[in-house]
Design a protein around this ligand. Structure first.
Ligand SMILES: C[S@@+](CC[C@H](N)C(=O)[O-])C[C@H]1O[C@@H](n2cnc3c(N)ncnc32)[C@H](O)[C@@H]1O
Length: 417
């Protein structure tokens, strides 16, 4: 059945009206004419899985990646970058109810400092969009950059030379499961983490990846499809480093770091310019990305984070930068004495702020809150609750994730007088 894509929904899918149904068509642009043959239910909507773009819209451009349209990694590479930004601004307007400017990413290819590549009987690459079992075999990933090609070529040679088995996710069989690539974009340092099931990795592995500054072998003993495990061994450096402006951070296979270093610089610098006063609480502090930078820029920082390993990393980052800041293991719902800080930074996971934390903020009334959010929906509902005592002084989007529908938000809230 033939239909015109009217607009994109908030997840970046083209909406086509067929009879009384709305069919969501991935990898399409407003104005495309599509021939939709089959669709199926994905969560709460009908998604086309057999379709053709018969008349492409004038609002398209050629994607750089040859796997675009199959790979589940990028959904919007066919839109000119200014259209992607416009899409994100409209999405934020719809969710938040006010206009927000989105700052484009300084780089839109080679910007990701991390990719988690599946190693499976179906290929080495990323999940085919809409599946959990199928993989699109790739030679390189454009959003990570050219070193992905070197790493994946070496991996294929290693697998072939030692006849190693790759993972069958449906049967939970096979040895090699993932290779995670991480690169300090401002230091040039490269880390590879080979994640396997139980078994022995040939000791010659080191000879295949001489270009890596750090090579890890981790074992995931569980059935769950995750790209990390218990660390078995490493070669080369224990950490790689990334530089954000004048601060340096250590990266370890089991620690999180903002995935777009080029845009993280802008987010962190802008955050530092919005701080009021001197005493800062960095809540949900992770490896100290914000806190360490702020300590380096003269603020008195305390950080609270639930993950003990991240706190350990934040302490290492504090030391590495020769600054003083106190990072502690703790939970958002248990923080005390919020009123003692001039500014409280919150950078929660997608679920947003814990309801008990919102209550405490409203009771203890810190002057300034800086809310960094990767989920505009939970941000909107948290802002509505905080609006009882806080007004928005600034709100700005940052495109950390080009070619995807995701967008990061920075909001400064001030206590109402
Ligand atoms: C979006 S990340 C932000 C990390 C850090 N601000 C950064 O930029 O690297 C959210 C962090 O919140 C932590 N977290 C999750 N639940 C938490 C909780 N209940 N209390 C405190 N921290 C939590 C996670 O471990 C994670 O490090």
């Amino acid at each position: 059945m033939r239909a015109k894509i009217e607009e994109l929904d908030m997840d970046g899918f083209g909406k086509a009206r067929i009879g009384r149904k709305i069919i969501y068509v991935p990898f399409t642009a407003p104005g495309d004419i599509v021939e939709v043959k089959k669709w199926h239910r994905e969560k709460r909507r009908l998604v086309a899985h057999d379709y053709e773009v018969v008349e492409p819209s004038s609002r398209r451009k050629d994607p750089r990646c040859p796997y675009f349209g199959e790979c589940g990694g990028c959904l919007l590479q066919h839109l000119p970058y200014n259209e992607q930004i416009k899409f994100k601004e409209e999405k934020l307007h719809r969710i938040l109810g006010f206009e927000v400017e989105v700052m484009p990413s300084p780089e839109i290819y080679g910007h990701r400092n991390r990719i988690d590549v599946v190693i499976s009987i179906r290929g080495i690459g990323f999940r085919r969009r809409g599946t959990w079992w199928d993989v699109v075999d790739i030679e390189r990933c454009e959003v990570f950059g050219k070193r992905s090609e070197t790493a994946l070529r070496a991996l294929r040679e290693f697998i072939e030379d030692f006849n190693l088995s790759t993972y069958n996710i449906q049967e939970n069989k096979g040895f090699l499961r993932y290779i995670v690539l991480r690169e300090g974009k401002f230091t040039g340092e490269l880390m590879l983490n080979l994640v396997t099931g139980e078994g022995m990795l040939p000791k010659e592995v080191e000879d295949y990846f001489p270009f890596a500054d750090s090579l890890y072998w981790s074992i995931n003993r569980s059935r769950s499809d995750v790209s990390f495990g218990d660390i078995e061994m490493f070669w080369g450096n224990e950490f790689i480093r990334e530089k954000i402006d004048d601060a340096v951070y250590l990266i370890h296979p089991n620690s999180f770091f903002q995935t777009n270093s080029y845009q993280a610089v802008n987010l962190i610098k802008e955050t530092s310019q919005l701080i009021d006063g001197e005493r800062v609480l960095d809540l949900y502090s992770g490896v100290g990305t914000f806190g360490v930078y702020l300590a380096k820029h003269g603020f008195a920082v305390e950080g609270i984070e639930i993950n003990p390993f991240a706190v350990e990393m934040a302490k290492k980052n504090t030391e590495l930068n020769g600054v003083e800041a106190e990072f502690k293991v703790g939970q958002d719902k248990d923080v005390e004495n919020l009123g003692a800080y001039d500014t409280v930074i919150v950078d929660p996971p997608r679920a947003g702020l814990h309801p008990k934390l919102i209550k405490k903020i409203l009771k203890e009334k810190p002057n300034t809150i800086i809310y960094i959010s990767c989920n505009p929906k939970t941000l909107a509902s948290n802002l509505a609750e905080l609006s009882e005592k806080y007004s928005i002084e600034k709100a700005k989007g940052f495109d950390m994730f080009p070619h995807t529908p995701h967008v990061e938000m920075l909001v400064k809230l001030h206590l109402k007088v």
